[in-house]
Design a protein around this ligand. Structure first.
Ligand code: ZN
Ligand code: ZN
Length: 245
């Protein structure tokens, strides 16, 4: 396996099905060198962690790190991009306790500004079936991602374009400027081949993630790698790829 680290996976602390230790053991088995445990941020109304849980997560990661020194274990969160202003659910307590910040847009997150951002959720939900709504909300979705990247030090923008259509050309231009890595997610179909082709015109870095919700899915990147190949993306631009390039 040429992907040596995975910076996006969930555990039972949010909507994952496995424990942190099961994830760690699987990552060791699959010969990964570094993993980041990235449960959903507290702004998700259904499966976000409670803000104070971050202390428990920190302690558990520290304990596991002592027990399994052969792998580096980072603690992160997958923050929710809450609205068109780019606000995310990163509190001081969470920020002080994490090593890495990844962020993406999800349904079910608490709006930053109620009417404006509920409209975004509603249009994106309707947009799953109806093209009119999908196209009508592209601008707001794009601004949400761009503003988030400009406001915060986000390491990885997760599954851009999933759950809400974005102008990937504009997103990629800003990601190149802020140094935010664009994710090619194994579990979701984004970035798609078409989106990779557009983003790769700019000086953007890419990362492949499992977004595993079950330990066995860690270290499996078939679909993501196929998309990279189909788009003709140079593997040297995928930061966690260490195989033959
Ligand atoms: Zn996500
Ligand atoms: Zn995720």
């Amino acid at each position: 396996m040429a992907i040596k680290y995975d910076f996006h996976m969930h555990t039972k602390y949010s909507d994952g099905k496995s424990t942190m230790e099961e994830n760690v053991k699987e990552a060791i088995k699959k010969d990964l060198h570094i993993i980041a445990i990235t449960d959903h941020g507290p702004g998700h109304l259904v499966y976000g962690i409670k803000e104070r849980d971050i202390l428990k997560l920190r302690e558990e990661v520290n304990d596991l790190q002592r027990k399994y020194p052969q792998i580096q274990i980072l603690l992160g969160i997958e923050a929710n991009i809450l609205g068109a202003d780019g606000k995310i659910d990163l509190t001081d307590l969470v920020e002080e306790n994490i090593d890495i910040l990844i962020a993406g847009y999800h349904f079910g997150s608490r709006p930053s500004k109620f009417c404006r951002d509920m409209r975004i959720h509603m249009y994106n939900l309707l947009g799953l079936k109806i093209k009119y709504f999908r196209n009508k909300i592209v601008n707001e979705n794009t601004m949400a991602l761009i503003n988030a990247m400009e406001k915060y030090n986000i390491d990885v923008l997760t599954h851009p374009g999933d759950k809400g259509k974005v102008d990937i050309d504009l997103v990629a231009q800003v990601a190149a400027k802020t140094g935010t890595k664009l994710e090619i997610n194994e579990r979701h179909t984004h970035l798609t081949v078409e989106e990779i082709k557009i983003a790769m015109k700019y000086d953007v870095k890419f990362i492949i993630s499992s977004d595993a919700h079950f330990y066995e899915h860690i270290g499996v990147y078939n679909d993501a790698l196929n998309r990279v190949k189909e788009a003709g993306l140079d593997l040297r631009r995928v930061v966690n790829y260490e195989g033959d390039k």
